[in-house]
Design a protein around this ligand. Sequence first.
Ligand SMILES: NC(=O)c1ccc[n+]([C@@H]2O[C@H](COP(=O)([O-])OP(=O)(O)OC[C@H]3O[C@@H](n4cnc5c(N)ncnc54)[C@H](OP(=O)(O)O)[C@@H]3O)[C@@H](O)[C@H]2O)c1
Length: 259
Amino acid sequence: MSTHTYLSELFSLAGRVAVVTGGSSGIGRGITDALARAGASVVVVARREAELKATVGELEAEGCRAAWVSADLGTAEGVRTAAEGAVEAFGEPDILVNCAGINLRPPFGELGEDVWDTTMTVNLKAPFLLGQRFGPGMAERGYGRIIHITSQQAHRAFVNSGAYGVSKGALESLARSQAEAWSPYGVTVNTLVPGFVPTPLNTQLSADPEKVAALAARTLVGRNGLVDDFAGAAVFLAGRSSAYVTGQSVFVDGGFSVH
Ligand SMILES: NC(=O)c1ccc[n+]([C@@H]2O[C@H](COP(=O)([O-])OP(=O)(O)OC[C@H]3O[C@@H](n4cnc5c(N)ncnc54)[C@H](OP(=O)(O)O)[C@@H]3O)[C@@H](O)[C@H]2O)c1
């Protein structure tokens, strides 16, 4: 068997359909590019159309198959729009990546019900609802991969974890509940746990060179994350070779969490 064939059997996503929420920016964009380049047809879900169109345009120019749906995952109606639009493009998905997320950071004493609700809706309820929509079908067809993107703050409080940390902790529990329900039917559910990755999510923090350097120093590798750092782990968790990996939190953080 050639090396190419062996690697394809392990990792190719040819013929698979993926939905990536938040796939038009930052870490989600890195994961979208990786899944599409590994052969999956990818539907990207987010709100802003210009970013969505640019993402899909760039992937199509590389010869990849991609489509986009504009929807606000902060409302149940938006989640429905996302799910319906996603299926229209390439049919029912084999892979669901929940990467859309928000981090609003009021001081904890000022954290009100509005920030709590918005955070929980986008970061936790939307992944739950999309899982309810797509998970049973994956189980029926005997193959599925659900990947949630969580955070260091699912495991420890720092830099004002607030409601964000709570939503990410619950998302890891959701992954375990989904894994318990669907793993017997070929649907694995795992989370990717980033360290600090400069993206539009944290422009304020990334504009402070001292804080950026301090965060890099907390890793073992000695640098902060890049969106491309998630490519290999995402392709692995989306593909057939991760069939026996489920309910896990996979840290892609340069050793941040063990330092
Ligand atoms: N960057 C880090 O250091 C870091 C660390 C740990 C975890 N994470 C997690 O990684 C994920 C991606 O973060 P990122 O840093 O790559 O952020 P980002 O660049 O700001 O990307 C966020 C994505 O989510 C989409 N999104 C946000 N709110 C949405 C909504 N209501 N409906 C639909 N789409 C929505 C955004 O598109 P629109 O704005 O157009 O909707 C965008 O595509 C998040 O879950 C975040 O919590 C990031």
